[in-house]
Write a protein of this length. Structure first.
Ligand SMILES: Cc1cc2nc3c(=O)[nH]c(=O)nc-3n(C[C@H](O)[C@H](O)[C@H](O)COP(=O)(O)O)c2cc1C
Length: 342
C-alpha cells in the first residue's frame, strides 16, 4: 500500500491515463474492477455526454473508485468548468478528478467543493510548485518518455528526484516509461507513491483505439516513437510523442486536407491531416497518417489482452519486485516478459 493507493482507495498504486479516443467507459470500468485507478477521458466531450459516460461507468464499476480526466488546455477553461459541473454530481463518492496540466482556480474550487481528490499532471518543477500551491491531492510528474503531449522537457527520473527533494511530503506519481510491475516498483523505490500509465492500455480489448493503432503500439519499440510538433491542429504549441509515420518522415509539411472521419453519437467529424485527434474505433480513412500517441514504454507492451489481465499481470510483477530484498528493482527483461504475455 502506498499513499497514492490509500488516498484513492486503490489496490495497486497505478492510475490509467485518461486518453482522448482511447479511454471510454469500458476501459475505465475494467481497470478499476481490477484494482487500479480507471479514468474516463473527457477531452472535448460536451458536458451532457460527459455526464452520461460517467453514469455508464458507475453502472458497471462495482463501486470501485474511478476518475474523470480533463484537459483544460484543449477544452478551454469554460468548457472544462462546464464538464466538471456536469460530471461531479453524478461521479460516485469515491471518484476522483485528474487534470492534464494546471487547471484554472475555479475548476480547482469546483473539485474541492465537491470533496473529490484532484490529481494534476505537470512536467516541470515550477509547475509542480504551482500545483501544490493550488492544494492538489496528487501530483503526477510526466517525463519526456511519455506518450502523447509533453508538459516539460525532463526525463521522469530527474524530474521525480528534483520534485521529491523540494516536496518530501507530497503524494507523487510518475508518468512515462511504466508498462510493467517492475517499472512501477522501480518508481516506488525511487521515491514515487505510484504511477500513471497510458501506452500500456492503448492495445487492451476495452480500449476504443483504432485496431491499427493498437497493432502498431504492440509491434513498436522505443525508437519507433519520436517527439514532434507536427500534429498541431486543435492543440497547438505542445510537442507530443507519437509513432513515426509517413508524415513524420516526410521532407516538408503538406496540405491540411481532410484525410479521415470520426463518428461520435452518429455524427461524423472530418479529421484534417495534422490534427491532434488520435484514431479511434469509429475512425475511417487514412488512419496511418493520424497522430498515434505512444510512449517509449511500448517496447515492453507486447500483447493486447483484456484490461483486467494486463492490470493483474502488472500487479503480480509489482508484488514480486517489491518482495525482493533490497535496492532499486531490476526492470523486467524483455524476452521472458514477452513469453509470459502471450
Ligand atoms: C494515446 C494517448 C492519449 C493521451 N491522451 C491524454 C488525455 O486525453 N488526457 C491526459 O491527461 N493525458 C493523455 N495522455 C498522456 C498521459 O496522461 C501520460 O502522460 C502518458 O500516457 C504517460 O506515458 P506512457 O504513455 O508511456 O504511459 C495520452 C497518452 C496517450 C499514449
Amino acid at each position: 500500500m502506498t499513499r497514492l493507493a490509500a488516498l484513492l482507495g486503490l489496490e495497486l498504486p497505478l492510475l490509467q491515463a485518461g486518453m482522448g479516443a482511447v479511454a471510454g467507459p469500458a476501459l475505465c470500468a475494467e481497470v478499476s474492477l481490477a484494482g487500479a485507478g480507471g479514468t474516463l477521458a473527457l477531452y472535448k466531450e460536451a458536458p451532457e455526454r460527459a455526464a452520461r459516460l460517467v453514469r455508464e461507468v458507475a453502472a458497471v464499476a462495482g463501486g470501485r473508485p474511478f476518475g474523470v480526466n480533463v484537459v483544460p488546455e484543449v477544452s478551454g477553461p469554460d468548457r472544462c468548468l462546464a464538464q466538471l459541473r456536469a460530471v461531479l454530481p453524478v461521479l460516485p463518492g469515491n471518484g476522483f478528478v485528474t487534470s492534464f496540466g494546471l487547471p484554472a482556480a475555479d475548476a480547482v474550487h469546483a473539485v474541492r467543493a465537491a470533496g473529490r481528490p484532484l490529481v494534476v499532471q505537470v512536467g516541470t518543477p515550477d509547475d509542480a510548485d504551482a500545483a501544490l500551491a493550488l492544494g492538489v491531492s496528487v501530483l503526477v510528474l510526466q517525463g519526456t518518455e511519455a506518450g502523447g503531449h509533453l508538459l516539460g522537457g525532463q526525463p521522469v527520473g530527474s524530474l521525480l528526484a528534483a520534485v521529491r527533494d523540494r516536496h518530501p511530503d507530497a503524494v507523487l506519481a510518475v508518468a512515462g516509461g511504466i508498462a510493467t510491475g517492475a517499472d512501477l516498483a522501480d518508481a516506488v523505490a525511487r521515491g514515487a507513491d505510484g504511477a500513471l500509465a497510458g501506452t500500456v492500455f492503448v492495445p487492451v480489448a476495452e480500449s476504443t483505439a483504432h485496431p491499427r493503432f493498437k497493432r502498431r503500439v504492440v509491434e513498436a519499440v522505443a525508437e519507433d516513437t519520436l517527439v514532434t510538433s507536427l500534429f498541431d491542429i486543435g492543440w497547438p504549441d505542445r510537442p507530443h510523442r507519437v509513432l513515426r509515420n509517413s508524415l513524420t518522415t516526410g521532407a516538408e509539411r503538406g496540405r491540411a486536407a481532410f484525410i479521415a472521419t470520426t463518428r461520435v453519437d452518429d455524427r461524423a467529424y472530418p479529421v484534417p491531416r495534422y490534427s491532434a485527434a488520435a484514431p479511434g474505433a469509429t475512425t475511417t480513412g487514412r488512419v496511418e497518417e493520424m497522430a498515434m500517441y505512444c510512449g517509449r514504454s511500448c517496447a515492453r507492451v507486447t500483447a493486447a489482452h483484456p484490461a483486467g489481465v494486463t492490470v493483474a499481470r502488472i500487479r503480480r510483477e509489482y508484488e514480486t519486485a517489491r518482495a525482493l530484498p533490497t535496492g532499486p528493482h531490476p526492470r523486467t527483461p524483455p524476452a521472458p516478459h514477452r513469453t509470459q504475455e502471450r
